[in-house]
Design a protein around this ligand. Sequence first.
Ligand code: SAM
Length: 196
Amino acid sequence: MENVNEIKDKIRQRFVKVAIDPTAPQRHPTGPASAKKLGYDAAEIDGLPAVVTESFAGVGNPLGLHEVRPSETVLDIGCGAGVDSFLAARKVGPSGRVIGVDMTAEMVKKATDNAVAAGVTNTEFHQGEADCLPVPDGAVDLVISNGVFNLCIDKPKVLAEVYRVLRPGGRVQMADILLGEAVTEGQVEKKGAWSD
Ligand SMILES: C[S@@+](CC[C@H](N)C(=O)[O-])C[C@H]1O[C@@H](n2cnc3c(N)ncnc32)[C@H](O)[C@@H]1O
């Protein structure tokens, strides 16, 4: 079986490609057309620069699950190129802020550059991992995440981190993919199965 570092490297390589070569064929739907199919408001997506939406790689719409309130601090785990971060930044307004964390350096750079392209000043992007978030305890009102939890190896540790960074009464809005069937031992052992 692959070790944890090999699995993380594969995941990273996949998303480096989505960051730097978004028009190349990807393993799953990406870009603005995919966001619209997943239920995002078309005008909101079209209102972001193409350089922001071209690397969208989400699997749902976490912001559509509940309201995001003015002045809140939002953490976007696995923010990618920042589509959800920028949409949340509009909702929290100038007195709120959005912190994006992603393990792939190319995504963090792209999200940081995208903030300039989109003229957004209440976002910040950091490289980091979901199971060891670079965020203080109780600093966040709302955690959002889109298509990331399924890629995390130690899921209980990620949930513990989410709990740690949320203030009491804070919320989580996550979009992700779920398996409908049990994974067999054989599938677990199969090399490459993790990020295919
Ligand atoms: C499916 S993409 C979704 C990106 C973004 N949320 C979006 O909707 O466009 C998954 C993202 O999570 C990041 N990622 C994967 N595993 C991670 C982890 N353990 N910690 C932090 N980021 C991770 C990847 O680098 C990638 O940018």
